[in-house]
Design a binder for this molecule. Structure first.
Ligand SMILES: [Zn+2]
Length: 247
């Protein structure tokens, strides 16, 4: 690890992804923390353009800072999607300064957003390990866990409901069977609910063989029939005779 003057408000320390730069004193928002420096590479020169490492800081189409040198303390600063510092680039001066964009407390890791290109090329494939992304992942995991629990509880409720329904159905069927058995037992004793004996006899002992009723009806019918008409034949012939005589 590089030696850093104790006057500086930071130190190199262990971070989640390896090494990182940590505040050792309070750093006020807007304060310049450290310069990102190294040899300037000219993309017009073949030799410069061939250099490839993780610490290249592109200033513009032509100039790039090669920050891989050991003395460049700023290279220890890790990327964060919600950082507490930023890279302040002045292409004309070919200079980059890391500046606090929040008040940073001692012990807090200093970080800045490396930009979309770097993120896509180096961080996205392995998964960004910054606090914001870790938090997001944690939240997603917690949500997934909650969802699994919710679905489990739902399935359990459903199973319970089904079991209750089946139990109720079984009770109902048992009751139905018992009722039927009771009915059969009662029938077996020869008693019907309408008060008749099962053998067709009334309680009064008379036979309900059907012969008594038509007989009575026939008598009634006979009574209602008109009497036989009187013989009128003699009178009629006498009248006819009188008529013939007068004509
Ligand atoms: Zn991130």
């Amino acid at each position: 690890m590089p030696a850093i003057s104790s006057k500086k408000p930071y130190r190199v320390g262990r971070s989640r992804t390896g090494l990182g730069l940590f505040a050792t004193k309070p750093i006020k928002k807007g304060t310049k923390i450290v310069r990102y420096f190294g040899p300037l590479l000219d993309s017009k020169k073949k030799k410069d353009d061939a250099i490839e490492n993780k610490y290249l800081f592109e200033l513009n189409g032509r100039w790039t800072i090669d920050g891989s040198v050991r003395k460049n303390i700023a290279r220890y600063i890790n990327h964060a999607c919600k950082p507490n510092a930023e890279s302040d680039v002045s292409p004309r001066k070919r200079k980059v300064v890391i500046r606090a964009i929040k008040n940073i407390s001692p012990g807090e890791e200093i970080n800045y957003d490396y930009g979309t290109d770097y993120f896509k090329a180096y961080l996205k494939p392995i998964g960004c390990k910054c606090d914001a992304c870790e938090k997001k992942r944690k939240k997603k995991r917690a949500e997934a866990r909650a969802e699994r629990l919710r679905l489990k509880a739902k399935a359990e409720r459903k199973a319970l409901k089904k079991a209750e329904k089946q139990a109720a159905k079984a009770v109902k069927e048992k009751l139905k069977k018992l009722k039927l058995e009771l009915k059969q037992k009662l029938n077996g004793a020869g008693v019907k609910q309408n008060g008749k004996l099962a053998n067709g006899k009334h309680f009064n002992g008379g036979l309900s063989n059907g012969h008594d009723r038509p007989k009575a009806a026939a008598q009634k019918l006979a009574a209602a029939r008109p009497r036989a008409p009187m013989k009128l034949g003699a009178t009629a012939t006498a009248e006819a005779r009188d008529q013939r005589a007068s004509a």
